[in-house]
Ligand binder design. Structure first.
Ligand code: HEM
Length: 393
């Protein structure tokens, strides 16, 4: 499985610019795979993220979220999107993110203590996933005792075995949870992002509605948790499978990992193993021409970030992990334009901390020779299901 999504992407990229496929939810969709098409289409206002533009008989099904979870940034276009993004943006700015650094470093070291004590570990279940839950919980100000529920929810909704019935149940639970959490932040605000969002107003004294707040909290959990955990685990996989790469990040004899080399590694792995294989589904508001293929208005369009990131017409030797390539940051893993990932600075910070702390604490860590890494069989996300390793205390 490990190279399968990339092999499929390569085949489709070669054979045509847009392909009619069956989407992960079972409905019909168009898959666009070339960088030269995906990059401009991510920014093209003729592609709407609003379900209002889906053809009634187009087959699109989606998650069927209740309005209190559906009023989110990834379901709307400007100008509604612009208003919501303006209200949410300050909470994700450089200041807020930088302030989280000490807490995140401490958390990574605490997890590393547990790894050291165990010796034989799974770097997904024992490090990347709990670290990612912790970051989102810090961000939203989720109390300690509720944190374990996050992972179960995301796997229940995004995992390969998710059923519609199961999803509906989880969505109900999450809605109750977030409604309660937001009520708590109103009465006892903290320094977390959710408290900042509850208090946010813009220049016109506009505020987020209750539905917008619950939807945003829900989106942050989803957009934030799984992609970040997958990026961290893919970075660890890269350094543990390639000794030269590892030496470039933490030169032997140096006291600590190089911050610049770690940052470059994270950026390159984000391109190489794009955690979100696909952008959010989009609906053309008019017929559009993609490299000579006409996609009718209202049909579902899936832009393949993973395939665009491995397009040899854009990146030299795209299947290699090369953190010194000159066009490092030109990948599309965080999207482009108005929907560019609001959490990208945080995602980069947490991955850099996760890799840096791991290599500093365990310079001799090895992949477990008796238990090979496994990739998730998901059509939406790219990430390891397990990464067994041996670490020395
Ligand atoms: C490695 C980790 C991450 C990856 C790969 C990722 C990827 C993406 C992508 C591709 C988009 C654009 C989707 C599109 O245009 O179709 C996006 C949007 C978004 N992401 Fe992330 N994301 C990551 C981490 C995070 C984190 C940590 C947060 C917040 C806690 C976050 C919050 C969001 C939000 C709110 C949007 C919607 C922005 C908008 O529509 O204006 N993401 N992300």
């Amino acid at each position: 499985m490990s190279e399968q999504p990339h092999a499929v992407g390569a085949r489709l990229r070669e054979s045509g610019p847009a392909h009619k496929i069956v989407a992960p939810d079972g409905s019909a969709a168009w898959l666009v795979t070339r960088y030269e098409d995906v990059a401009p289409l991510l920014a093209d206002p003729r592609l709407s993220l609003s379900k209002q533009h889906a053809k009634p008989d187009g087959g699109y099904r989606g998650f069927e979220l209740p309005p209190a979870l559906d009023a989110n940034l990834l379901n709307m276009d400007p100008p509604q999107h612009t208003r919501l993004r303006r209200l949410a943006s300050p909470a994700f700015g450089a200041g807020h993110v930088a302030r989280m650094r000490p807490a995140l470093e401490k958390a990574a070291h605490r997890l590393a203590d547990d790894l050291a004590a165990a010796g034989e570990v799974d770097l997904v279940a024992d490090y990347a996933a709990p670290f990612s839950v912790l970051v989102i919980s810090e961000l939203l100000g989720v109390p300690e005792e509720s944190r374990h529920r996050f992972r179960a929810w995301t796997t229940g909704l995004l995992g390969a075995g998710a059923t519609r019935e199961g999803m509906r149940e989880i969505v109900g639970e999450m809605l109750r949870f977030f409604t309660g959490l937001i009520a708590d932040k109103r009465t006892a605000p903290g320094t977390d992002v959710l408290s900042a969002l509850v208090a946010a107003r813009d220049a016109d004294d506009d505020r987020l509605t209750e539905d917008e707040l619950t939807s945003l909290a829900f989106l942050l959990l989803f957009a934030g948790f799984e992609n970040s955990a997958n990026l961290m685990a893919s970075c660890l996989h890269a350094v543990l499978t390639d000794p030269e790469l590892r030496r470039s990040v933490r030169p032997p004899g140096d006291a600590a990992s190089s911050p610049d080399a770690t940052a470059a590694l994270v950026e390159e792995v984000a391109r190489h193993e794009s955690p979100a294989l696909l952008a959010i589904r989009r609906f053309p508001v008019e017929d559009i021409d993609v490299g000579g293929v006409v996609i009718p208005a209202g049909e579902t369009v899936l832009l393949s970030l993973a395939s665009a990131n491995r397009d040899p017409r854009r990146f030299t030797a795209p299947d290699a992990v090369d953190p010194v390539r000159p066009d490092l940051a030109r990948h599309l893993s965080f999207g482009q334009s108005v929907h560019y990932c609001i959490g990208a600075p945080l995602a980069r910070l947490e991955a850099r901390i996760a890799v840096g702390v791991f290599l500093d604490r365990f310079p001799n860590a090895l992949l477990d020779p008796g238990s090979p890494p496994r990739w998730q069989p998901s059509p939406r996300v790219r990430g390891l299901a397990s990464l067994p390793a041996l670490v020395d205390g």
